[in-house]
Design a protein around this ligand. Structure first.
Ligand SMILES: [Zn+2]
Length: 254
């Protein structure tokens, strides 16, 4: 049975036939069956209600990009991202089992890190509505291969390490309430668990998220610039393995 997927491409905005984009790229450990809940359904489920999900036999991903954008992001950014993820998994295999809150320092050599962070942005584009992609300037950033222009007032991008069993999570922009002193503040975040990493896109950067570490510095280099750098990542386990929710991690973390 073949199904045609048509709609707006989440990067270039053209109405066209949409192709399946693996999130994260298939070679980056994304070949298992996955269950996808979108943000609203995830929140419903958290309140004990029935929630809809899609079951994906081919790994986690979405029909969200046109052929051209899927091919370009694949060629320009995804391969480097896969190498980067593979390096991290190899290093993790040499360590003892991590515990929630552990921090691991990784050393990278000759890594074109802008390509990695642009692949992370490309993954988020698939789960953001297209008008949000435009508002954030992610369309221009990705369509221009060499661009590293981002507006830091609009978002913060953060990264952490995630366990393999709850590695798969794709949550579009959701409102999450965080406790602050006596009150609660609303933040808008998208959360993407893509073993070995988790990524948080905070769309209300004026209210910082405490989880993970910001990777906004990765936008500071040029497309072909290869960097030597160290990256410290905190390992976070979610409160529920069966039902991971955006920003619902075990406590405490500090
Ligand atoms: Zn496109």
């Amino acid at each position: 049975m073949s199904e045609t997927h048509e709609g707006l491409c989440h990067i270039c905005g053209k109405y066209s036939k949409l192709t399946f984009e693996h999130i994260p790229p298939k070679q980056a450990f994304n070949w298992y069956r996955a269950k996808i809940y979108n943000g609203d359904e995830a929140l419903k489920r958290s309140k004990g209600a029935q929630a809809k999900y899609c079951n994906l036999q081919q790994g986690m991903g979405k029909y969200s990009l046109c052929q051209s954008c899927n091919n370009n992001t694949g060629a320009w950014y995804a391969q480097t991202y896969c190498d980067f993820a593979m390096d991290v998994v190899k290093s993790l295999h040499k360590l003892n089992q991590l515990e929630h809150g552990n921090v691991v320092e990784f050393t990278f050599k000759n890594c074109p890190i802008l390509q990695v962070v642009k692949q992370i942005v490309a993954m988020f584009c698939s789960i953001l509505p297209y008008d949000e992609v435009q508002r954030l300037g992610f369309d221009k950033l990705l369509l221009e291969k060499e661009s590293n222009t981002v507006n830091r007032k609009l978002f913060d991008l953060r990264m952490y390490l995630t366990p393999i069993e709850t590695g798969q999570l794709m949550c579009g922009p959701s409102v999450v309430f965080v406790k602050k002193d006596e009150s609660a503040e609303a933040i808008r975040v998208a959360d993407l668990g893509a073993y070995p990493f988790g990524f948080i896109l905070n769309l209300t950067p004026e209210t910082p998220v405490k989880y993970g570490g910001s990777i906004m510095d990765m936008f500071n280099v040029k497309y072909d610039e290869k960097c030597d750098f160290k990256l410290s990542l905190v390992y976070l386990e979610r409160r529920s393995v069966d039902f991971p929710l955006p920003l619902v991690f075990k406590e405490p973390i500090d």
